[in-house]
Design a protein around this ligand. Sequence first.
Ligand code: PBG
Length: 325
Amino acid sequence: MAFPQQRLRRLRTTSMLRSLVQETHLQTTQFIYPLFVCEGEGIKREISSMPGVFQWSIDLLVMECKEVSQLGIPGVILFGIPNEKDSCGSDAIHSHGIIQRAIRAIKAELPQLLVITDVCMCEYTSHGHCGILEGEEVDNDKTIPYLVKQAIIHAQCGADIIAPSDMMDGRVGAIRKGLDENGFSHIPIMAYSAKYASSFYGPFREAAQSTPQFGDRKSYQMNPANSQEALREIALDIEEGADFIMVKPALSYLDIIQRASTTFNIPIVAYNVSGEYAMIKAAAQLGWLDEKKAMEEMLLSIKRAGAAIIITYFAKDIATILAKR
Ligand code: PBG
């Protein structure tokens, strides 16, 4: 049967019909909100390239988490900005480090809120790279023990999920073993598995003050031209014990999200990154895009591609909209 018997427009006639046949839905319980934590007290400092996103001192961070939780958002992912950075990222592995104190403070007030921690060294190293340097190269195997230590200390402070974003080979297996041996076999790993060397992280690096002091991240993050390799990365992380796998960024990598979701039977997380947020904000500020509509369309497309969970700086905005429906 073809036209004129077949008319796909019939199911688009009214909003009731359209919502009856809607295939993809956004749900607040599947968003994670990223938060930046800095030293000090009473600090709420806006990031210039990310309007509406702030660096928070721990006292105000806890209040912000209350708001996030009241909106029905199940979890936050934390990024730390320490005052002191050194070549081996010491702040990341001390019990008094910025993230460690932040986790304890949040969990003391909001035990039910999922606290996810980013395990990586770039926010803590003076050189801004994601691991330990050997000359000008990041040394994979020297970096791993630091990541394991960081993961264990996060778990000790009360983190609910560990999310390694460094892209070192073998780190998921090593972190799994470290967590298991220290009484944390129940703590899941959300692996940034297919993380690309992307220019869309620009605003994040301003927010986290983690721009590499020399070179780039191409020797550890993936080449944007590759997708077969993403499937290998994901397969390895699953083998090593990942409980969730992540594709990052989201928008330019919807094909990767789609392939991952049809190939693997595991929750797929998509990171709707800082540059994707900044583009919509900037265009909206210029009056070139309708911010809310563009945001919702973007998030729907990520979900439609196959993501079960979305990490997004828009989490509070979309949760507010969904709550009113
Ligand atoms: C840390 C990390 C980065 C992001 C998340 N974790 C930056 C990077 O790899 O340079 C980017 C997130 C974003 O852009 O929103 N390695």
